[in-house]
Design a protein around this ligand. Structure first.
Ligand code: SF4
Ligand code: SF4
Length: 256
């Protein structure tokens, strides 16, 4: 990662590098401060240990105070966000010329015998990879590409590891079952949980009515689908699915 950082400074000498690390990782903060002490315009920023701290817009706001407007990219506010894996890869690539051929993948979930992190070649079928974690306890009822909050369901275990695969989750029947949603009790927890200060309940209503104007007004396209609103909802409402659907409705209506 250090090699990636020095390369970054070489090609962007005027860039101010901010390394954001959650404040419950004291050792990582200490090590990074030690290694970057002599790097010009490079700071380690301690961030609250709360999900979704790694979301681009959240990270940019918490480290620079800048807000990425709807429909814009980090670059539009003068920022580039790189995760630690990418920075580390850039360093290795510039030293060796070797392209990205492997990924560190977390294998976890109730259907896995020995959850662990493995280094896997991109393209390896998921079915083969799970053998490295001791195999399966039972046939999984659901397999996710990604973490428990934002992961996408996989159609079958013959799918390959992709260059953006960070985690594979294998759930048994009990963990795969979605809870039955009940009526909203207007507790407001979803509003408090949203890192982008959106209004998940209002968005859900507008989506049900396919109200394009209201969905635009409520800025559904800002939603980063982090799943926090669904996670905290005591009524188990599937809010994030509704926001995904709302974005499709806007796209169908020609709204960008
Ligand atoms: S998924 Fe929910 S909590 Fe996350 S950004 Fe979207 S509305 Fe906010
Ligand atoms: S958290 Fe769930 S129950 Fe509470 S206001 Fe939001 S949608 Fe309604």
């Amino acid at each position: 990662m250090y090699a990636g950082l020095t390369a970054l400074k070489k090609y962007y000498p005027k860039a101010h590098v901010i390394i954001g690390i959650e404040n419950n990782k004291k050792h990582a903060i200490e090590v990074m401060r030690k290694y970057t002490d002599d790097v010009d315009k490079c700071d380690v920023c301690e961030l609250p240990a709360s999900y979704p701290q790694g979301g681009e817009k959240v990270l940019i706001y918490n480290t620079t105070g800048r807000i990425v407007p709807e429909g814009k990219l980090p670059f539009d506010v003068g920022c580039i966000v790189l995760n630690a894996t990418t920075l580390s890869f850039i360093g290795k690539y510039l030293l060796t010329g070797r392209p990205l051929t492997t990924k560190c993948v977390t294998i976890d979930g109730s259907a896995v015998k020995e959850p662990k992190n493995v280094i896997a070649y991109i393209g390896t079928p998921v079915r083969e990879l799970v053998e490295l974690a001791g195999g399966l306890v039972c046939e999984p009822s659901k397999v996710l590409y990604g973490g428990p909050m934002m992961g996408l369901s996989m159609p079958d275990m013959d799918q390959p590891v992709l260059k953006n695969t960070n985690a594979l989750l294998f759930f048994d029947e009990k963990d795969a079952r979605l809870p039955e949603p009940s009526a909203c009790i207007h507790c407001g927890r979803c509003l408090d949980a949203c890192p982008l200060k959106l209004m998940p309940t209002e968005l859900e209503h507008a989506c049900e009515k396919r109200d394009v104007a209201m969905l635009q007004k409520l800025k559904v396209n800002l939603c980063m689908e982090c799943g926090s609103c669904s996670f905290v909802c005591p009524a188990k409402r599937n809010l994030v699915e509704s926001h995904k659907l709302a974005k499709l409705i806007l796209r169908e209506a020609g709204v960008k």
